[in-house]
Design a protein around this ligand. Structure first.
Ligand SMILES: Nc1ncnc2c1ncn2[C@@H]1O[C@H](COP(=O)(O)OP(=O)(O)O)[C@@H](O)[C@H]1O
Ligand SMILES: [Mg+2]
Length: 268
């Protein structure tokens, strides 16, 4: 190829080739508690993979391994073929984790929340950072929120700001930890559309942790379900609609018995 083409779109596919993720026999213990048990799956470049599972099943811990915030007890996590635990990988592959609670800085405006990482990582001049920040705000329909503070935003806006902040770093890989929890169905649908748009237009590989069956069926190209630290299901939407394993079926569509009220057995 000749000289690389300059593009004014800061989120163009040219700048963000998608990357794949391989989880290979990943086990993780905290002290004597084994939280992830021999988990293996692959996420293809540009794919939307949804990871489901009950609370405490190890979903957030698994995401943290992909961005190198946790190290495997055994097994391996590869991002774009490189060890996720190695510092060089995070220098070579741009990845962003959108935390469940958003993790916005309350003392900073929306604009400054978005500009914080690019400034720290000196990705360019202030004018270039401004272009990226404003573009990310525009993509998420937050143009008018730049000067606002997190406390002034609705839950849905805070989730969008958290996504916009990740987007500013032009990630090749986006990880979303329960992006629709605590949102009403319409806002959840909007977030699902945003995730799908980022994949379609910017070829971002996406791993979405969610309990939301509708969101999963709408955007998930493949789905994994963790239960008690084990991957008990791996398949596509059609397979998710008709799960063979009764444990998976009950997780996806629990029968609520109010005629004969009693608590279902709670797992410890
Ligand atoms: N840093 C940690 N130290 C000890 N235990 C942890 C740590 N992080 C998570 N855990 C435990 O690992 C289990 C899985 O947690 P998590 O991945 O957050 O679940 P979820 O599927 O709800 O995201 C939980 O029992 C949690 O208490
Ligand atoms: Mg979690």
């Amino acid at each position: 190829m000749s000289e690389s083409t300059h593009t004014t779109n800061p989120f163009s596919a040219v700048q963000t080739p998608a990357v794949g993720v391989k989880i290979q026999h990943l086990s993780k213990s905290f002290g004597t508690v084994e939280v992830l048990k021999d988990v293996s799956f692959e996420v293809q470049p540009g794919e939307i993979f949804v990871l489901m599972g009950p609370s405490g099943s190890g979903k957030s811990v698994l995401l943290k391994h992909i961005v190198g915030l946790e190290l495997p007890t055994s097994g391996q996590v590869l991002v774009d073929g490189k060890d996720a635990a190695a510092e060089e990988t995070r220098e070579q592959v741009r990845m962003a984790l959108v935390f469940q609670a958003g993790a916005l800085f309350n003392s900073l405006s929306v604009y400054d929340n978005l500009a914080l990482y690019p400034r720290e990582h000196r990705v360019g001049k202030e004018s270039e950072i401004r272009e990226k920040v404003m573009r990310a705000l525009q993509i998420l329909s937050l143009d008018n929120a730049a000067a606002k503070f997190p406390s002034e935003l609705s839950g849905g806006m805070r989730k969008r700001v958290a996504i916009a902040r990740a987007l500013v770093m032009e990630p090749q890989l986006m990880l979303y930890d329960e992006p629709t929890s605590e949102l009403d169905p319409v806002m959840s649908a909007t977030i699902a559309e945003i995730i799908a748009t980022l994949k379609e237009e910017y070829h971002v590989t996406s791993i979405v942790v969610s309990h939301d069956r509708d969101l999963t069926l709408a955007i998930g190209e493949r789905v994994g379900i963790l239960m008690g630290g084990k991957l008990l299901f791996l398949g596509n939407g059609a397979e998710l609609r008709a799960p063979k394993d009764p444990k998976i079926a009950d997780f996806l569509s629990p029968k609520i018995d109010v005629k004969n009220p009693r608590f279902r057995q709670l797992e410890t």
